[in-house]
Design a protein around this ligand. Structure first.
Ligand code: GTP
Ligand code: MG
Length: 134
């Protein structure tokens, strides 16, 4: 069964959105198979967002993602990667349609509530980075 890595970012955790967001995945039919509320190190954040290291906002992104607890999850089910991305919506919450998580809960492209892996390959890498071998 396909697995995706999903992470509620520190703004989502601070705002008390864990329950609401987890229930959207459950209602969709994606099963929560691992979850952990934790703080991530700067090193983990830099590895996770390594593909963005040349962007002008990279430092700000690492500061944000390490600014508090995240809720890291593995969700499992049919086409878990594409189905979780469609629940999440586009990167910029201002452009995300209502009904998506970012469309319903976000306004800011920097603090956009949630992360979801964008490919099967990256899902496997991110699961290994956050949970080790599962
Ligand atoms: P993730 O699921 O978090 O990977 O988002 P994404 O795949 O929709 O977008 P992308 O991987 O391109 O960007 C990763 C993250 O960088 C975004 O989710 C935002 O948190 C952040 N980000 C993107 N654009 C900007 C920006 O212009 N400014 C700042 N400060 N952060 C940005
Ligand atoms: Mg991404």
């Amino acid at each position: 069964k396909e697995k995706a890595f999903v992470m509620i970012k520190p703004d989502g955790v601070r705002r008390g959105l864990i329950g609401e967001i987890v229930s959207r995945f459950e209602h969709k039919g994606l099963k929560l198979v691992r979850a952990e509320l934790k703080e991530i190190s700067r090193e983990t954040a830099q590895t996770h967002y390594g593909h963005l290291k040349d962007k002008p906002f990279f430092g700000e992104l690492v500061d944000y993602i390490t600014s508090g607890m995240v809720f890291a999850m593995i969700v499992e089910g049919q086409s878990a990667v594409t189905n979780s991305r469609s629940l999440i919506g586009p990167t910029n919450p201002a452009e995300a349609p209502p009904g998506t998580i970012r469309g319903d809960y976000g306004l800011d492209v920097a603090e956009n509530v949630i992360h979801g892996s964008d490919s099967l390959d990256n899902a496997a890498k991110e699961i290994r980075l956050f949970f080790g071998r599962v």
